[in-house]
Design a protein around this ligand. Structure first.
Ligand code: ATP
Length: 462
């Protein structure tokens, strides 16, 4: 068995994702809808496992963090106070020939020029003027772009707006954390939390990305897993280091290879930030942001105090003092995590002169844990095999598959990353045993049926 070492391409991941029911392009039968993806039967299981893993690390294992599920829609005043209606924008330029719009900072990055999305329009236009002749339009090939202007990423809707002219739009949230900030007081008043403590939330976010690309990496609709940790300014940087360490451990626990992960410090900080780092993953195109861990000072609750006219402060009873807490946060996208685990797990191996594609996913997050494969569709095998399926199904997510040859069924299970395949054959009727095949080693073991459950439970504990 030989391992092919070259790096997996995005095309291979996209193709496997579609072929095996992980991810489909949105609205495909109508020609597609840019920036949105649908998760298929395998994708939804993988996503759910990733979200459950995050929740376990960020809520269940922590006495100092609680959960929240706030609405996608919120008062538009929230987005004004947070600065999003004015400042949540990316630099955009338009091809004069075919009107294709590109995101300027990313286009410059590709030709080795650094420009930050947070730079003022004037500053980025200066860099753009000096370098735009190096950039070709991906659609028409011309090198003729107009000036840079800032394009606001908030997605508007007419929810509750009956003016017909869209005069008071409501926004689909651009990030989940604003729902956390505006519920800070509610959580303090309704639970026993004391500073420092965190609020965690998983949910959809929407951004009018100028050029959605790289599959799940940059969508217009995506899901975030965010935790905001409220604390006193004196402990902000110590806790920040602890959060960084904790998130690194949690990320490794997803089974990602450590050599494919690295920290990157932000070169330019927004004016209120104390420090900002990204966890980058080595995607098919290279290292890129998977998660942000940021120290935000007391900017967020100060903005909302001013916005709503009520102090979003905390009363420290022990020391009899009131103050606006500082915040450190961890924010990671579900889609970017799915793409990272698929990239990390994708393996091509040569077996008997043929290429075997196998997803070596960590057992914890594999969409299907066990496949039960009767060697024949005959009732004498299917009846006891189905019984086995029903018994194991109580403990693990299982799949029952009796279609096509056993070889093809193994291939299918390898491609969705099922750790164990159980074959029920004619001998099973005699020896009350089944064959268990290990996904990674392809080794097969004969296990007595009465011992099967404890055998598998032990395997999943390892
Ligand atoms: P980028 O610089 O790549 O646009 P960002 O720094 O604006 O990302 P944040 O606003 O910090 O991203 O969002 C936190 C996390 O949410 C990101 O680390 C990423 O995992 C996820 N995320 C942000 N934008 C998108 C998107 N358009 N599609 C998918 N995931 C996203």
């Amino acid at each position: 068995m030989e391992k092919q070492d070259e790096k997996v391409t995005l095309e291979k991941i996209v193709s496997l994702a579609k072929r095996r029911g992980f991810v489909y392009p949105s609205s495909e039968i109508y020609g597609g809808f840019a920036g949105v993806y649908d998760f298929g039967p395998m994708g939804v299981e993988l996503e759910n496992n990733i979200k459950a893993h995050w929740w376990k690390w960020m809520v269940q294992k922590r006495r100092d963090i609680v959960g929240l599920d706030s609405g996608i829609f919120m008062s538009p005043k929230i987005w004004e106070a947070s600065g999003h209606t004015k400042g949540f924008s990316d630099p955009m330029a338009e091809c004069k020939e075919c009107n294709t719009r590109i995101r300027v900072d990313k286009a410059l990055e590709e030709v080795g020029v650094t420009a930050d999305e947070k730079m003022p329009e004037e500053e980025i236009n200066k860099i753009w003027d000096e370098n735009k002749d190096k950039i070709k339009c991906a659609k028409c090939g011309k090198q003729d772009f107009g000036d840079v202007r800032k394009f606001n990423l908030l997605v508007q809707s007419n929810l509750g707006d009956f003016t017909e002219k869209g005069e008071s739009p409501a926004y689909l949230r651009g990030e989940t954390c604003q729902g956390i900030y505006v519920n800070f007081k509610n959580v303090v008043d309704s639970t026993h939390v004391k500073l420092p403590f965190g609020i965690a939330q998983v949910g959809k976010a929407f951004r009018n990305e100028i050029s959605p690309r790289q599959f799940l990496f940059r969508g217009r609709e995506f899901e975030q897993m965010e935790m905001q940790y409220f604390l006193e300014s004196e402990v902000e940087m110590d806790e920040f280091e602890k959060l960084k360490e904790y998130r690194w451990k949690a990320t490794l626990d997803l089974g990602l290879k450590e050599e494919n992960l690295r920290w990157k410090k932000h070169d330019n900080l927004v004016f209120y930030a104390k420090d900002a780092w990204d966890i980058e993953y080595n995607y098919p195109w290279g290292f890129d942001e998977m998660e942000g861990v940021h120290a935000r000072g007391n900017y967020d609750l100060t903005q909302h105090s001013e916005g709503c006219g009520k102090d979003q402060d905390y009363y420290d009873q022990e020391n009899n003092k009131r103050f606006i807490p500082h915040i450190i946060e961890s924010s990671v996208g579900v889609g970017r995590t799915v793409l990272a685990v698929l990239t990390d797990a994708y393996t091509e191996e040569e077996v008997n002169g043929e290429v075997r594609v196998v997803l070596k996913l960590d057992k914890k997050i594999a969409p299907v844990k066990i496949a039960i494969l009767p060697l024949s569709k005959k009732e004498e095998l299917s009846k006891p095999a189905l019984e086995l399926f029903e018994n194991l199904n109580e403990h693990f997510i299982c799949q029952y598959d009796d279609t096509q040859s056993i070889g093809k069924r193994y291939r299918r299970q390898d491609e969705i990353g099922t750790p164990y395949c159980i074959t029920y054959d004619f001998d099973s009727l005699e020896d009350e045993a089944v064959t268990v095949r290990d996904r990674d080693t392809m080794e097969q073991e004969r296990i007595k049926i009465p011992e099967l459950l404890s055998y598998l439970q032990e395997k999943f504990r390892m």
